[in-house]
Design a protein around this ligand. Structure first.
Ligand code: FES
Length: 197
């Protein structure tokens, strides 16, 4: 990653997560995954849900959380970002996510339970690279009229701010939305969408 990219990433990423029964927060921006906490790594690898404190996630910010050994992105979208998603309908290959993976409650225009909160598995559906975020709408080397989203440097797939893959790119499907639920406004649970638990 170039220095400027790293600086940008440091500013933008708010790396915070908690696991079930544990309220520890980790704030080191250069750490790709949150440090180990309860339950054990073995339990997490086996699929234990992960609780995330999203109370400090500001509009326009992104967090990365580890779940089942995968990076999960949590983005607090601004109203402008939601408009960009609407504007991308013509650009993306599967605008209604009919062939892409997401829970039923995220099979909607914004691919989310609540419009402002985007939750995605950050692994490219082509060959498994992790795309980089380019959240701001501005000309990019790979797209002069970029609305914001994610860029996979491995083979050039582009994803919009709902994780929908652009047309004519190698990735076949939109980024996966994992199961999740919200507990109040401050807590996100990844890996468990049962209600009343
Ligand atoms: S792995 Fe992302 S485009 Fe190939």
């Amino acid at each position: 990653m170039a220095d400027t990219d790293l600086d940008r990433a440091k500013r933008r990423f708010l790396l915070t997560a908690t696991t079930l029964g544990c309220g520890v927060a980790a704030g080191a921006a250069a750490v790709p995954f949150v440090a180990s906490m309860l339950p054990s790594e073995r339990a997490k690898a086996a699929g234990a849900p992960v609780e995330v404190d999203i109370s400090k996630l500001e509009p326009g910010q992104k967090m990365i959380v580890e779940w089942r050994g995968k990076p999960v992105w949590v983005v607090r979208r601004t109203p402008e970002m939601l408009k960009a998603v609407q504007a991308d309908d013509e650009r993306v290959a599967d605008p209604q996510s009919t062939r892409s993976q997401q829970p039923s409650y995220a099979k909607n225009e914004y691919r989310s339970l609540k419009p402002d909160l985007l939750v995605l598995v950050g692994i490219c559906t082509h060959l498994g690279c992790s795309p980089v975020d380019r959240l701001e709408p501005k000309p990019e080397p790979f797209a002069a009229d970029w609305h914001g989203g994610f860029y996979c440097p491995c083979h050039g797939s582009l994803f919009d701010l709902a994780g929908r893959v652009y047309k004519n790119k190698p990735a076949p499907d939109n980024l996966t939305v994992p199961p999740y639920k919200l507990v109040g406004d401050a807590k996100l649970v990844i890996g468990d969408d049962t209600q009343g638990a």
